[in-house]
Design a protein around this ligand. Structure first.
Ligand SMILES: Cc1cc2nc3c(=O)[nH]c(=O)nc-3n(C[C@H](O)[C@H](O)[C@H](O)COP(=O)(O)O)c2cc1C
Length: 341
């Protein structure tokens, strides 16, 4: 996709460490053509000093895809952003929302919400280095900052001092003291009204809402107030929720993908990966498929087979087809929809 033909960010799948790697994104892209996909957060330093192919390479057809960076050194972020652009990412996103202690030690992630001048410097440095959009993902505040003015001033300052026009807002605070990252996704209360207010106060900015959104009805309701919705955990644990997104939110007239077709594509993808060598194992891809049959009969059998270490150790992709046979038969779905294997 060229930048001119990119769809709007009406729907996106959130960046999730260890989850939204290129294999998950391949799966998501088979289900939805237009939804934006975000990488896991990758440290700017790791890109500069590490194996760039390992961190940045992605599958053909994965776009629109954004690279999320972690860091607070403008020069490093600029270099990492440039590398991301060279690999073909369509957007660079700066993480200002991650509360993990490891991230706090490096003074980035959610603590950056307290250092808006530094964030502005980081964004400007990246914008000088790349042509693609640079966006920010952040919370509505840190620790006990419960006033709306915290997030309003953060967004207001950045939109004045930089050319950033897209803000992705996880609609809860990050509590840096005393809560684990997991608790920080559940305990601080969601305040969607703050995000709606941002859109009213900054109508020219693209405001995307995130946090606790799990149904298509909720997505449609949020889209009455903001420009886009980002979904994290639900898109991972129940990927088929994305099946109707192109039709519902992008006006597509194409039929949604059938389970059988999807399973055969995933089978071929996993098989080819393993055959290509380079240390690729079947479990690297299938671990992302466990939630695929959510809501169908024998979803548990599917999950159990694809996470069984004894079955996985042969690295034989046909395990996917064996598990699918169980589910297909239990739900009256075609088993060999895609012709001969
Ligand atoms: C396993 C996991 C890893 C995450 N890693 C990141 C990350 O790397 N960068 C980031 O900005 N947010 C990260 N998040 C937060 C999500 O992007 C998202 O903001 C959060 O899960 C709320 O959205 P949801 O309720 O739709 O899941 C992570 C969340 C989970 C569950």
């Amino acid at each position: 996709m060229t930048s001119a033909s990119l769809p709007p960010r009406r729907l996106s799948v959130a960046p999730m460490l260890d989850w939204t790697d290129t294999h998950y994104r391949y799966l998501a892209r088979q289900i939805t053509r237009y939804t934006w996909l975000y990488s896991e957060m990758i440290n700017a330093g790791a890109i500069i000093h590490g194996d760039q192919d390992r961190f940045l390479k992605f599958n053909e057809g994965e776009q629109p895809v954004a690279l999320q960076l972690g860091g607070s050194e403008p020069a490093d972020l600029a270099k990492a952003a440039k590398a991301g652009e060279n690999y073909g990412y369509n957007e660079i996103n700066l993480n200002c929302g991650c509360p993990s202690p490891r991230v706090q030690k490096g003074a980035f992630g959610a603590c950056l919400m307290n250092e808006v001048e530094l964030v502005a410097d980081c964004i400007k440095a990246m914008q000088d280095a790349v042509q693609i959009p640079v966006t920010v993902k952040h919370r509505i505040g840190v620790d006990r900052q419960t006033e709306y003015s915290t997030v309003r001033d953060f967004v207001g300052t950045l939109s004045q001092k930089t050319a950033c026009t897209t803000f992705i807002v996880h609609a809860r605070n990050a509590w840096l003291d005393g809560l684990s990252p997991k608790e920080n996704r559940e305990v601080p209360p969601l305040k969607y009204e703050y995000v709606y207010q941002l859109k009213r106060d900054f109508p020219d900015l693209e405001i995307i809402i995130n946090g606790g959104i799990t149904t298509n009805e909720q997505i449609a309701a949020h889209l009455q107030h903001v420009d886009g919705v980002m979904v994290g955990r639900e898109a991972y644990h129940n990927p088929m929720i994305m099946r109707d997104w192109d039709a519902l939110f992008y006006g597509s007239h194409e039929a949604p993908i059938e389970y059988a077709d999807l399973v055969h594509r995933l089978y071929r993808y996993s098989r080819d990966r393993v055959q290509a060598g380079g240390g690729a194992l079947l479990r690297h891809t299938v671990r992302h498929y466990l939630g695929l049959m959510h809501g169908l009969n024998k979803a548990r059998v599917w999950r159990r087979m694809l996470s069984d270490a004894a079955l996985l150790k042969d690295n034989d992709g046909s395990l996917i087809l064996q598990a699918w046979k169980e589910v297909a038969e239990a739900n009256g779905l075609p088993y060999e929809a895609d012709g001969p294997l």
